[in-house]
Design a protein around this ligand. Structure first.
Ligand code: XLS
Ligand code: NI
Ligand code: NI
Length: 436
């Protein structure tokens, strides 16, 4: 039985449409900067929020009672849910999805039982992927919910837990590979600490480095060619996570010899929790050739945790797309909605409104960013701002022709630096407003 019988396939109807179950801006076949919107944005639905969030919070019970759930943690219920998920994604016209092992299949009494459950769901996914053409953007392992991971997974003080985590990631990688996953994600849920008094930070980070190298070795063994992604987040659930922000992750990857196999999956709400804008994190990752994928969501200005709301702010999506286009696009990554409807949005149709809004916001951001780039005014200003590096002394410094002695000689002769020009921030902010 269909779970969303009254919902039609969501189509592009254009900006004049007032149909809340249609796209006003996301037109999958529309070409922007030489690629279709579908190719640029590679939208992905997350299994954990969209099909597992039940609206419970630390203060209250579940509110989202989905009619297709039978209330049990059985494989049967999980299979039924998987069919519903594909019905939803097909109607939404989302080309990708992403999951954790434990979102999709119940954890068994033993690890072997958990593996078996996961295989049964993977059978259904394989069938549904074939039927619909929907693809797996990435898989990952949930190594933060079960109490065994209370001290971390790869960074646990308990060596057996490290071994358990390795077994779990091995299996999650196999399933991701089997389903043609284009990436594999590591988000360090509890890979950090609550208190330094009881923590050997150096040892924990070495273990994490060793763990990720084992993952790379195993990928080579099974022929998994997808990109590995680390997803930065500074805190929550731990006080400090080792994968804090883009810069910390890239430093970690360099230190442990992982730069050639890993990129980053940047999430908006995590960027803001670390005290950065999403645009900063994207630009930083892009500058180091580490921009892999994004978890598209947004936080709340007044709340200090990962509220995982759907992104609807056009300035935010414009800035995301400016940074993404600047660094050559997302490649095998995508725009993955790691976002959940509020616990008060209790109807299944709210899942459609939420995703349609996010997809339209990103489509608009893409078009605005492309228009800004086509106009060229901002780039021209930036080029002009750095023009002292294009000739004369600047050019020679960049070419490595100078040292402190020669620069001192140059400036002692000259007496004073050339005058500075205005940074024109307000002018540029107004300029962006012309396109939004
Ligand atoms: C949690 C993370 C998580 C990752 C996948 O804050 O965003 O959902 O995306 O483990
Ligand atoms: Ni995420
Ligand atoms: Ni998150």
């Amino acid at each position: 039985m269909a779970a969303f019988p009254d919902i039609p396939k969501i189509k592009f109807e254009g900006p004049d449409s007032d149909n809340p179950l249609a796209f006003q801006y996301y037109n999958p076949d529309e070409v922007v900067e030489g690629k279709t919107m579908k190719e640029h944005l590679r939208f992905s639905v997350v299994y954990w929020h969209t099909f597992r969030a039940n609206g419970s919070d630390p203060f209250g019970a579940p509110t989202l009672n989905r009619p297709w759930e039978d209330g049990t943690d059985s494989v049967e219920n999980a299979i039924n849910r998987a069919r519903v998920a594909f019905e939803f994604m097909e109607k939404l016209d989302a080309p990708f999805y992403a999951f954790h092992d434990r979102d999709v299949a119940p954890e068994g009494d033993t690890l072997a039982q958990s593996h078996e459950n996961l295989d049964k769901i993977a059978d259904v996914f394989e069938e549904e992927q074939k039927r619909t053409g929907i693809k797996l953007l990435w898989g990952t392992a949930n190594m933060f919910s079960n109490p065994r991971f209370m001290h971390g997974a790869a960074t646990s003080c308990n060596a057996d837990v490290f071994a358990f985590a390795a077994a779990q990631v091995k299996k999650a990688m196999e399933v991701t590979h089997r389903l043609g996953g284009e990436n594999y994600v590591f988000w360090g849920g509890r890979e950090g600490y609550m208190n330094l008094y009881n923590t050997d930070m150096k040892r924990e980070m070495d273990h994490l480095g060793q763990f990720l190298n084992m993952a790379v070795d195993y990928a080579d063994e099974i022929g998994f060619k997808g990109t590995f992604l680390i997803e930065p987040k500074p805190k929550e659930p731990t006080k400090h996570q080792y994968d804090s922000d883009a810069a910390a992750c890239i430093n970690f990857l360099r230190a442990y010899g992982l730069m050639d196999r890993f990129k980053l999956n940047i999430e908006t709400n995590h960027a803001t929790l670390s005290g950065h804008t999403m645009m900063h994190e994207l630009d930083y990752a892009g500058a180091q050739d580490c921009l892999g994928s994004i978890d598209a969501n947004t936080g709340d200005l007044l709340l200090g945790w990962d509220t995982d709301q759907f992104p609807t702010d056009i300035y935010l999506t414009t800035q995301c797309m400016m940074a993404i286009l600047k660094h050559g696009g997302l490649g095998l990554g995508g725009v993955n909605f790691d976002a959940k409807v509020r616990r008060e949005s209790i109807d299944p149709i709210d899942l459609f409104y939420a995703h349609i809004g996010g997809m339209d916001a990103f489509a608009r951001g893409l078009k605005i960013a492309a228009a800004i780039r086509a106009d060229g005014g901002m780039q021209e200003f930036v080029d002009q701002r750095y023009s002292s590096w294009d000739a004369g002394i600047g050019k020679d410094i960049e070419a490595g022709k100078h040292d402190f002695k020669s620069l001192s000689e140059y400036m002692v002769n000259k007496g004073e630096a050339d005058a500075n020009a205005s940074g024109r921030q307000e002018f540029l902010e107004n300029y962006v407003n012309r396109f939004v």
